[in-house]
Structures are given as structure tokens and as C-alpha cells.
Design a protein around this ligand. Structure first.
Ligand code: FMN
Length: 339
């Protein structure tokens, strides 16, 4: 049976699939490629994904069927129109994991997003690979790592501008490493991002700037102060041990940013259209779908993603109809009951 938390096909691999890179514990991972390339979970209480899943499953839904009609999923995100409030998350490094070197999952994902008319995100790829991946792409947000070398950040912002990104940002939640020091990714040292840094990056570019990995009102307000156009409420598939479920903090962040005009994205274990519905009902303007599309992407490329996305869309539409939500600006958190 497929596990709704992870998309994995049995309980053992479900427990092993999410969260922090744990190369030595990757034996049950269903992903191809070198151990640790695609994050897996330790399945313990410190794994924030466990709590994200439990929180999502504790949210039940009232029915408001009288007067309900088929919903319209068209959504404006930072001034551009898309067919859905569901976007394809940054899931980097995938071209390296495929044993079949003729396959390019990063490009396949970009093409699926374009075909579907949804926003796509690109994460940590070197600028030259990023350029190849987004050749002939639809709208893309480029997320840059919090490099210790700030010059590299400025350079990557410039490349994103040149390549026509619709927004640019930093995954600010990728500063700490599991050794208690600043993380190092692909041999590149990461470093702290101060509020002043964030303000400078946001001011440097005409593109909307996004802070990805906000999980408190404090950081949300700092991002606002820094001039960010948007935030992603996220713990980056459980980088933070014991991380609070993004959906648990989303409503208070939404309230804190009320009237700011900022776009609020959310992600974290959204494995179905029903999960996406809950994030949207709790105040996300749009959601990022990452691991829910990974098995299909790696197995069947663009077509697999399109098929999975159609399933997520059907679930989102079904839930919107049952709850009388006719369009993506009409979500109502009072429909949800926590049990
Ligand atoms: C294989 C993989 C690579 C990722 N790489 C990046 C990255 O480079 N930059 C980034 O901001 N997020 C990255 N993420 C995090 C996702 O964008 C997303 O925040 C996270 O997976 C939570 O969403 P999900 O539960 O739908 O997967 C990555 C996720 C995965 C699974």
C-alpha cells in the first residue's frame, strides 16, 4: 500500500524516506543514486516530518455543500497568473542520482511545470547547470544557498535576473549543519544570514526576494523588515530537529504579516491535494509540492509528474467543492477542526 506521508510503497521505506541526509541509514531508501543524495528520515521523535504528518492528519474538515460549485484553481502569485496554487518545489541534485545518464529529472520537472502552467522552483544547482535546466522553462523561482561567500550570492542573483527568474531567494534554514557548525554542501561552506544581509540582497535586485524557511513570527517580521516580497513557511523537509509543523505556525504568521502584501508560501509533507487544501485553508497563498512528485518524476519523468499533479489537483478540487470554496481567494480556516 502507498504511504500518504511519503509516497513510499511500504511502511519501512516510508519511515526511511524523509528528512535529514543520513547516508549510513539509507539502506531502505526507495530512491536511486548514491546514499544521502536524497534525504531520508531517522523515523524518531526528533524528525520534524513525523510531527508535520501527524499535524496534517489531525485536521479534519466540515462540509459546506449547499451552494457549492466546481472550483476555479487559477491563482495569481507575485503578479503572475498560474493554473494552480500548487507549485513544484526546489528538489535539487536530481540529475546526479539517475543511474540512466540519458535522463535529466531536473529538466523533466521544469517541462512538467511549464506544461501544467504552474510555478516551478529551482534550488542548489551551480549557475551553469541552472542555465541548462531552465532553458525553455516556464516561470521559475531561483533559491540560492546561504553561501558564506556573499559574492557568490550576489553573482547567483545576477544570473537569476539574466535567466528570467520570476523571483529569487535564499533558503535561510540551511545555515546549521548536523555537526553543530555552519553547513557545507558539495564542499561549499554556508554561513549565517543576518537581517542586514537579507535587506541588502532584497535591495540589490529588482526581482521579488523570498526568504525560504521561515518558522516563527520573529523571522517572518525580520523578512518583512528586510523588504522580502514573500516567505516560505517551511523547515526544509525536517532540517530542524523537533521542528514545529509549518501548518501549526502558519496562521499566526499570516496574522503577523496581515496588510504587508507579502506572499506566503508553505510546504512540508504535503503529499496529497487534501494536504495542500489544509495549507491553503490555514493561510498559504500557494504551496510547494516536493517529495509527493519525486517517485513519479524519477520513474516516469515529465509524464509521471503531470499524472501525479492531476491526481493532486483532483483531490484539491474535490475538497474545495465539499467545503464550498469556489476559488483560491476564498479559503476559510474555520472549515478545519483539530481532533
Ligand atoms: C532531493 C531534495 C532536494 C532539495 N533541494 C533543495 C534546495 O536546493 N533548495 C531548497 O531551498 N530546498 C530544497 N529542498 C527542499 C524542498 O524545496 C522543500 O522545502 C521540502 O522538501 C519540503 O517539501 P516536501 O515535504 O513537499 O518535500 C529539497 C528537497 C528534496 C527532497
Amino acid at each position: 500500500m502507498t504511504d500518504v506521508t511519503t509516497g513510499a510503497t511500504d511502511a519501512a521505506s516510508a519511515a526511511s524516506l524523509m528528512a535529514k541526509p543520513e547516508p549510513q541509514k539509507n539502506t531502505n531508501s526507495p530512491w536511486p543514486g548514491p546514499p544521502g543524495m536524497i534525504p531520508v528520515t531517522n523515523g524518531q521523535a526528533d524528525d520534524a516530518n513525523i510531527h508535520a504528518r501527524a499535524y496534517l492528519d489531525s485536521l479534519l474538515v466540515e462540509m459546506r455543500i449547499i451552494d457549492a460549485v466546481e472550483p476555479d484553481l487559477a491563482t495569481e502569485i507575485i503578479g503572475k497568473k498560474y493554473t494552480s496554487p500548487m507549485t513544484l518545489a526546489a528538489v535539487s541534485h536530481l540529475n546526479k542520482v539517475m543511474p540512466d545518464k540519458t535522463r535529466k529529472p531536473m529538466q523533466e520537472k521544469v517541462q512538467a511545470a511549464k506544461k501544467l502552467g504552474v510555478l516551478n522552483w529551482i534550488g542548489m544547482e551551480p549557475d551553469d547547470e541552472y542555465a541548462e535546466i531552465v532553458e525553455d522553462a516556464g516561470p521559475t523561482v531561483r533559491i540560492i544557498k546561504p553561501f558564506a561567500d556573499h559574492e557568490q550570492i550576489y553573482q547567483e542573483i545576477k544570473t537569476a535576473e539574466r535567466l528570467g527568474a520570476v523571483a529569487v531567494g535564499i533558503d535561510i534554514d540551511h545555515v546549521p549543519g548536523t555537526d553543530g557548525h555552519y553547513d557545507v554542501v558539495d564542499g561549499i561552506p554556508l554561513g549565517p544570514i543576518t537581517a542586514a544581509d537579507l535587506g541588502e540582497y532584497a535591495a540589490q535586485t529588482d526581482l521579488p526576494f523570498i526568504a525560504k524557511g521561515v518558522l516563527s513570527i520573529q523571522d517572518a517580521l525580520k523578512a518583512q523588515e528586510a523588504g522580502c516580497a514573500g516567505i516560505v513557511v517551511s523547515h526544509h523537509h525536517g532540517r530542524l530537529p523537533f521542528g514545529v509543523p509549518p501548518l501549526a505556525v502558519l496562521p499566526e504568521i499570516r496574522d503577523a504579516l496581515k496588510g504587508s502584501g507579502m506572499t506566503i508560501f508553505a510546504d512540508g509533507s504535503l503529499m496529497s491535494g487534501y494536504d495542500a487544501y489544509k495549507a491553503l485553508a490555514l493561510g498559504a497563498d500557494a504551496v510547494l509540492i516536493g517529495r509527493a512528485i519525486l517517485p513519479e518524476l524519477l520513474q516516469d519523468g515529465s509524464k509521471g509528474v503531470e499524472k501525479k499533479f492531476a491526481q493532486l489537483t483532483a483531490q484539491l478540487r474535490e475538497m474545495m467543492m465539499y467545503t464550498g470554496v469556489s476559488d483560491t481567494s476564498s479559503f476559510d480556516p474555520t472549515v478545519l477542526r483539530r481532533v
